[in-house]
Ligand binder design. Structure first.
Ligand code: DC
Length: 220
């Protein structure tokens, strides 16, 4: 049996990360957080003090850096940046540089090379539509924006940030709009994806629902 690929796409705050991590743990697959790669690229671009709208400069900075992930830790040139990449500023910059084709090309090659090593659970915005169109099982998680903002707001408070709900909602809406309307690899429901609305579900309920579907699909 070759390596298996499970994809989970959807907007921010739908619970993709927790669920993808949980599935990877249960099945012994590698967890691939592709948003963390875009965030790491954004952090590198921000610290290189180049114009984030200059595609050529952005792609050059990324191709001359080593961005890697191991489980839920993210590294740039060997330095652990897992916490730094979670700020609101980097969330927004990641969504901006994710509109650039050369940036996506660099990061997609990292994503595909990880899938050659092992079975994976990959989460992001274009996993089932562009990066792994032949994935074994594809999911699309969704939830209403106020609920997604509420989750993100509580998460920020929990981490000790001084967050404001209204601001978090505005940021989520801005990011949704950019991720869904960009020309290259916009956030869409991939063909054959199973759509799960997580608005009224706990993370545990989403995890057991997805695991049940995966077990059925992989045993076929
Ligand atoms: O999943 P996340 O919120 O950590 O992702 C941060 C940004 O990265 C997101 O707003 C858009 C971009 N992204 C993308 O364009 N494609 C992916 N596969 C993953 C993330």
């Amino acid at each position: 049996m070759g390596n298996r690929i499970i994809t989970i796409d959807g907007p921010a705050g739908t619970g993709k990360s927790t669920v993808a991590k949980g599935i990877a743990e249960r099945l012994g697959f590698i967890y691939l957080d592709t948003g963390a790669l875009y965030r790491a690229a954004a952090l590198k671009i921000s610290s290189s003090q180049i114009n984030p709208d200059n595609e050529e400069d952005c792609a050059r900075v990324i191709s001359t850096s080593t961005i890697s992930i191991c489980g839920d830790r993210t590294f740039i040139d060997g330095k652990d940046v897992s916490e730094e990449i979670r700020s609101s500023y980097i969330s927004d910059l990641a969504s901006r540089i994710a509109t650039l084709q050369s940036v996506r090309k660099e990061l997609i090659s990292i994503q595909r090379s990880i899938a050659l090593l092992s079975s994976i659970v990959a989460e992001g915005r274009d996993m089932g539509s562009v990066v792994f169109p032949d994935a074994d099982v594809k999911f699309f998680l969704d939830a209403i924006d106020r609920e997604r903002a509420r989750r993100r707001y509580l998460e920020l408070l929990d981490k000790g940030y001084n967050a404001e709900f209204k601001k978090v909602l505005t940021e989520i809406r801005r990011r949704d709009s950019r991720d869904k309307t960009r020309k290259i690899s916009p956030l869409v429901i991939p063909k054959d994806a199973i759509v799960v609305d997580t608005t009224h579900l706990t993370r545990e309920q989403v995890l057991s629902k997805l695991l049940e579907i995966i077990r059925l699909r992989l045993s076929d």
